[in-house]
Design a protein around this ligand. Structure first.
Ligand SMILES: CCCCCCCCCC/C=C\CC(=O)SCCNC(=O)CCNC(=O)[C@H](O)C(C)(C)COP(=O)(O)OP(=O)(O)OC[C@H]1O[C@@H](n2cnc3c(N)ncnc32)[C@H](O)[C@@H]1OP(=O)(O)O
Length: 355
């Protein structure tokens, strides 16, 4: 059966009302069918290799070849209706509770910042960096907040920087992304360096990249025995950040730090504990119960004494840490423009059909 122009327009409206993100693959298919239905076969010049998003769109449209406009229109309508059970297209577009990517809660003097993208292994988007930064700034000034905890929801603590952060290219192209990314990274890490109260990582599962390096700036790191610690910077054509080029050699000695930061050796929780990066490891079966009981007890300790002790322990290092952070952020800005880095990101994203 044919799809009328009215069916096509209805389907376009239904797409806007979808409550659940249908995923990149489906979105590309919808884009391609829409373009084919309205303009016919792909008539645009092929975008450059680094223009990830537009290239993905071009590829999807071009792949349809000479499919007639009418068939493309029908396929579009069919695809939308397969995504839109009647309950979903009824018009409600409220955000589901708990659908935020960073969930911030406060209870018993503990501020919990929980990374909440379990399906993406809690990969950190640009918006999440900003939200974490704002949460740290707010909690540092909140008298009711005694200790602050960073943790992850689901099976991962975090898979580190979301590699799709590199794909939404603004008009200034990759150079602009690298420049703003470097500033964001520097501000983000500065906030951890300056955080005045006890900062605890509850590492509920594997940690990758920046989720690992930042641990050197925490006051305690509690890990499930399921957690692993992986900094595959060289494999990604990138370099160390989070002040790890300074904190890791200091914590574990240069030889072990080099294995992690240059060669990308992944540590188990027990190995990371033996190297001094982790404070204590707990069996996964009792991890949450034991750790939160301990944190509740710590949050009852006199807050000012804890804050002043932290200042005494940390203040001599602050200037150095800010300088290291600035250097690392500048080095990464250059790395993000390198062919080594581009190729590594393209490989990951193509493996995941995100290009
Ligand atoms: C220039 C702009 C940047 C601005 C930002 C400024 C500050 C950033 C500075 C920090 C820079 C770098 C530090 C880093 O963190 S480098 C480390 C980056 N992380 C990785 O390389 C990890 C990549 N992921 C993986 O290797 C694997 O996914 C995994 C974590 C080992 C898990 O493997 P799995 O087989 O168990 O699961 P998988 O199917 O792969 O993943 C499930 C879905 O999650 C998506 N996903 C996982 N990790 C990431 C990620 N880091 N970025 C984006 N997406 C991720 C994965 O694609 C799957 O999605 P889907 O189901 O296919 O849709």
């Amino acid at each position: 059966m044919r799809a009328s122009q009215k069916d096509f327009e209805n389907a376009m409206n239904q797409v806007k009302l979808l409550k659940k993100d249908p995923g990149n693959e489906v979105k590309l298919k919808l884009y391609a069918l829409y373009k084919q239905a309205t303009e016919g076969p792909c008539n645009m010049p092929k975008p450059g290799m680094l223009d990830f998003i537009n290239k993905a769109k071009w590829d999807a449209w071009n792949a349809i070849g000479s499919l007639p406009k009418e068939t493309a229109r029908k396929n579009y309508v069919d695809l939308v209706s397969s995504l839109s059970p009647s309950s979903e297209s009824s018009g409600r577009v409220d955000k589901e509770p708990g659908s935020e990517s960073v969930v911030i809660t406060s209870e018993d003097g503990i501020t919990k910042i929980m990374l909440n993208r379990p399906a993406q292994k809690n990969a950190i988007t640009i918006q999440m960096y900003q939200e974490i930064l704002s949460a740290l700034e707010a909690t540092s000034k909140d008298d009711n907040s005694v200790i602050t905890v960073l943790t992850g929801n689901g099976d991962y603590y975090s898979s580190g920087n979301d590699l799709t952060n590199f794909t939404n290219l603004p008009p200034g192209g990759i150079e602009e992304v690298a420049k703003t990314g470097s500033i964001l990274l520097r501000d983000f890490v500065d906030c951890f360096i300056d955080f005045p109260k006890p900062l605890i990582a509850v590492v509920n599962g594997p940690a990758v990249g920046i989720a690992v390096t930042l641990l050197g700036l925490f006051d305690a790191v509690y890990a499930s025995d399921r957690a692993t610690f992986h900094t595959p910077f060289t494999q990604l054509g990138q370099t160390a950040e989070g002040c790890s080029s300074y904190t890791f050699p200091k914590i574990m000695g240069p030889a072990k730090a080099i294995e992690m930061l240059i060669f990308g050796k992944k540590l188990t929780a027990h190995e990371a504990c033996a190297q001094g990066l982790v404070t204590e490891v707990f069996p996964d079966s009792t991890f949450q119960k034991e750790v939160w009981a301990r944190l509740k007890a710590y949050a009852k300790l006199p807050p000012n004494a804890m804050r002043i002790s932290k200042e005494l322990i940390r203040h001599n290092e602050k200037e150095k840490l800010h300088a290291v952070n600035a250097e690392e952020s500048t080095a990464l800005q250059g790395r993000w423009l390198s062919e080594e880095c581009m190729n590594a990101i393209i490989n990951f994203l193509s493996r995941k059909s995100k290009l």
